[in-house]
Design a protein around this ligand. Structure first.
Ligand code: NAD
Length: 264
């Protein structure tokens, strides 16, 4: 723990940004005014300290497959058994994970800000829920839900694993049941609600997301002219030019400190 804290302090150094406005914050706290509306975007990095690997950390590979080869409509059409093997593995890993201090700090923040906080996650695990967060937009879907790939019956809770020699799960209509996940090339969920919240926010904080996956990567640029934009994570994101402030370090170390006494 101490080594991680030391690392977080050591990397607090100024960074050049392509916009030229970004600075590494000296402050050890983020404070909000009563009138602030806060948009939080979380990515795979928030769950890394809970033992769920990021795609980047895994080198973007599962076995020898690139993630796109097992997480796309094309992959599903070609080999749904392989896709279910991948998501069964992810369900097992996520099912064993527990929320870390970053998830808990975000749920505490929601308890303080109420509906002035909008939590949007790219994560498909349920660690924000486990930590006690109540209102979460899962723009990339939820690992513990499935839906039919043919009919319009909605997503349903499903924590089962489907690995060979198990049969593929079937819907009553004859379609194959698929993970309720937004795959590469598909439209993310709840986007109307997400854009409304983006257009209302006065503070935008991205945490543990590489800034390389669209459309989430463009959220900071959308709001940067009128909202305060902050990044939290161990390394600069690809879209660093859209952020005014950075806090560099692991989210589980930094967030409890950053949100301590968040209301002014
Ligand atoms: P990414 O894998 O592209 O990037 C992860 C980011 O997390 C990196 O920028 C890295 O620096 C940062 N990071 C690593 N450790 C961290 C820590 N301790 N604290 C804070 N940040 C840390 O992930 P992404 O940007 O979220 O986007 C890729 C896609 O990955 C998304 O679509 C998401 O759905 C999917 N994904 C989700 C999970 C999950 O649900 N837990 C896990 C892996 C990938």
């Amino acid at each position: 723990m101490e080594i991680i804290r030391l690392y977080a302090l050591l990397v607090r150094r100024p960074i050049e940004s392509s916009r030229g406005a970004g600075v590494l914050s000296d402050s050890s706290m983020i404070t909000f005014k009563l009138e602030d509306r806060v948009f939080i975007l979380t990515g795979a990095g928030v769950s890394a300290e809970s033992g769920i690997p990021t795609f980047r950390g895994a080198g973007g590979l599962w076995r020898n497959y690139r993630i796109e080869e097992v997480a796309s409509p094309y992959a599903w059409r070609r080999d749904p058994r392989l896709v279910w093997e991948f998501y069964s593995m992810r369900r097992r890993v996520a099912g064993a994970a527990k929320p870390n201090p970053a998830h808990l700090a975000l749920s505490d923040l929601e308890a303080q800000l109420g509906d002035r906080l909008f939590l949007c996650t790219q994560n498909v695990d349920n660690l924000h829920e486990q930590a006690g967060s109540k209102r979460i937009a899962h723009m990339h879907g939820e690992l513990f839900k499935s839906r039919c790939d043919r009919c319009s019956s909605g997503p349903f809770p499903d924590a089962a694993t489907y690995e060979p020699p198990a049969e593929l799960p079937r819907c009553a209509c004859g379609g194959i049941v698929r993970p309720h996940i937004c795959w590469f090339g598909e439209m993310p969920y709840q986007m109307d609600e997400i854009f409304q919240a983006l257009d209302r926010c006065t503070v935008f904080i991205a945490i543990g997301t590489s800034g390389a996956v669209e459309p989430a990567a463009s959220f900071a640029a959308r709001v940067t002219r009128r909202a305060k934009t902050i990044y939290v994570g161990p390394e600069e994101p690809a879209n660093r030019g859209a952020f005014a402030d950075w806090y560099l370090g692991p989210a589980g170390e930094l967030l409890p400190e950053l949100f301590q006494g968040a209301m002014t």
